[in-house]
Write a protein that binds this ligand. Sequence first.
Ligand SMILES: Nc1ncnc2c1ncn2[C@@H]1O[C@H](COP(=O)(O)OP(=O)(O)OP(=O)(O)O)[C@@H](O)[C@H]1O
Ligand SMILES: [Mg+2]
Length: 385
Amino acid sequence: MSLKEALERKIIVCLGSGGVGKTTTAAVLALEAARSGKKVLVMTIDPARRLRSALGIPEVGNFESRVDPAIFEAAGIPMAGEFHAMMLDTKSAFDDVIARVAPDGATHDAILKNRLYQYVSTTLAGSREYVAAERLYDIYRRGVYDLVVVDTPPTKNALDFLEGPGRMSKFLDDRIMKIFLLPMTAGSGLKEAFIRRTSAVIYRILAVVFGDQFLGDMNSFVWNFRDMYGEFRRRADDLSAILRSDAAAFMLVTSLEKERTHEAGYLARQLLGRGYRLNGVVINRVNTVALGAAPVSPEEIEKAFFPDVCDADRPLARRTAALLVRRFDYLRESARRDAGAVAALAASWGAKKGVHTVPAFDADIHDLKGLDLFRKTLFDGLAGG
Ligand SMILES: Nc1ncnc2c1ncn2[C@@H]1O[C@H](COP(=O)(O)OP(=O)(O)OP(=O)(O)O)[C@@H](O)[C@H]1O
Ligand SMILES: [Mg+2]
């Protein structure tokens, strides 16, 4: 799938291992879509501080805010559409979820005050991915954007992002939860009586281990959530179906280091194995500076750079020319090696059309001009580097 085609989807998820350029790619895809007239939201998780401030994204809260068109204008980027950005803040996003699904005010307040909830919503592994997915679902269902581009945390957790909602509803559904819930419900069957007895024992043990207070929190947590299981599951299933449908596209971002391509391969297999599609791969930081350049000799360099140095300086000129040639040969060789690696990756993924490369730039991408340069190399076929 071409990148332009991907921009026609409703959701693009950028995945990849740590530091490969997911956040930058997500911002760049959003930039291209917004430039060409779409109303776009980039949902980012951890943008570099300077990029965030360049875009004027608020540090806390989950506000979707439109980036001031004047900022693009000042950077010489004509903007036909709208560029919105949001940084995910786990705790307040979690509270928003509860506000949406809680059946009444009393349940809502009881959950927010509960210590176990406070732990789950801030510290529990995967809670960030869970709220990211919840948030995405909510935004998608509101239908106010033409496109939402989602940035994800590094690899290990990237799949948690996809599985997050399901896992959370499983967690809430779990047998252990039922055991907590049962003593408070009025089942009269033999099975219930058995579980109630088992619960009583488990309770006594847990009370000794964790203390009564914790148990009380656990109890009311489960009790307050009892009516929400169904809603959590429904939302999780719905998002999962959306992400597996043609409404969504997945972009894998990687660089060419062995470790990274290895992780990218793992991620791609996981993705496909779970029924998602992989719609494109962005290979970032490719060495392209001297790609296809013809070799030069030290003599040619010497002639071109130091045509008329005096005899005394000649040895220095010669040494400098030799150094330049060595550096040039190194760049030619890395460009050749990278081109080979890109071709090999494209072949191994069997997705040649969907493999895109971005050169390594001299400096970090921390402002709109940098983003636009990155964008041009992806979309306008500019060589960059
Ligand atoms: N092609 C490039 N040339 C130069 N610098 C780049 C390039 N791509 C990304 N960078 C820089 O590399 C750093 C990491 O990029 P980015 O934050 O997009 O990666 P990430 O995959 O989101 O990282 P993390 O896994 O930590 O979230 C940033 O400072 C960014 O500006
Ligand atoms: Mg990032």
